[in-house]
Design a binder for this molecule. Structure first.
Ligand code: KIV
Length: 297
């Protein structure tokens, strides 16, 4: 178990660290909270420097970085490894580590211990976990240990099999009522915020107005207190599919492809490496070398 504290990038003078309190203040002022995912150092630096309020090291990394079909195979060690890299790159954003499948479901004690590892070993400021009423006790105990918790309701990817696939949630009156009850239970348990994923916009807005803590929407409409996207989706970097609620701001996959094919062509046509990419040696040293090895040249 590593106890080394992740080193931080140098802070710019005027920007202050975003905290769970800043989350609440933004909601109270009606200012949208921004959140993006990151899984590595360079992305954390870029997202943080762009000015995002919060970075989620999501277990979506299992799909968009590690290539699994869903998030279920992701382990605590995977999460801590990526959280440490993100913590080394980000100075201002509130850093939230996503608790992976089976790291908080077995017992409340295990949930508290695993949540603690995100802060103690990986430089996170808070954790996120999926579920509502059935997770309220775990949330209560994690919060009691001094660890801020973000909830996650609606399409909860770790329950993909139980939900019968990647389906929107809360679309019937009874499902909507359950979702509201779950959100209220998380708030009562001390969660500082709740992600609402793929739920009807009018339900998300209603829940956002009923809660005193901020909601962060993904596929949940503009009525949430903030928004989150998976950065690889936003950048056009995940090749398998793009959920309909994603807005793509770039096509990085195409940019990468053009760069890689350009490199291959340059190498094959001997345009790379050119003189400026090459280490030189003075003639007299070269001649001395040839003499040394007994080669007349
Ligand atoms: O893992 C993740 O990236 C998430 C977001 C989609 C909220 O949970």
């Amino acid at each position: 178990m590593s106890t080394e504290a992740p080193a931080k990038a140098a802070p710019a003078a005027e920007r202050k660290k975003f905290t769970t309190r800043s989350f609440r203040l933004k909601k109270n002022k009606g200012e949208p909270i921004t959140m993006l995912t990151a899984y590595d150092y360079p992305t954390a630096v870029a997202v943080d420097q762009a000015g995002v309020d919060s970075i989620l090291v999501g277990d979506s990394l299992g799909m968009v970085v590690l290539g699994y079909q869903n998030t279920l195979p992701v382990t605590m060690e995977d999460m801590l490894h990526h959280c440490k890299a993100v913590a080394r790159g980000a100075s201002y954003a509130l850093l939230i580590g996503d608790m992976p499948f089976m790291s908080y479901q077995v017992s409340v004690e295990q949930a508290v211990a695993n949540a603690g590892r995100f802060l103690q070993e990986a430089g996170m400021d808070a954790v996120k976990l999926e579920g509502g009423v059935e997770r309220a006790e775990a949330v209560r105990q994690i919060v009691a240990a001094g660890i801020p918790v973000m909830g996650h309701l609606g399409l909860t990817p770790q329950s993909v099999h139980q939900l019968g696939g990647w389906r929107s949630q809360g679309r019937t009156a009874s499902a909507a009522k359950r979702l509201l009850d779950d959100a209220l239970a998380l708030e009562a348990a001390g969660a500082f915020s709740v992600v609402l994923e793929s739920v009807p916009d009018r339900l998300a807005e209603y829940i956002s107005q009923r809660l005193s803590i901020p909601t962060i929407g993904i596929g949940a409409g503009v009525g949430c207190d903030g928004q989150v996207l998976v950065t690889h989706d936003l950048l056009g970097l995940f090749d398998r599919f793009t959920p309909s609620f994603v807005k793509q701001y770039a096509q990085i996959h195409e940019v990468m492809n053009a760069a890689f094919t350009g490199y291959i062509e340059d190498v094959e046509d001997k345009r790379f490496p050119a003189e400026e990419h090459t280490v030189s040696m003075k003639d007299e040293q070269w001649d001395a070398f040839l003499k040394e090895v007994g080669d007349a040249g």
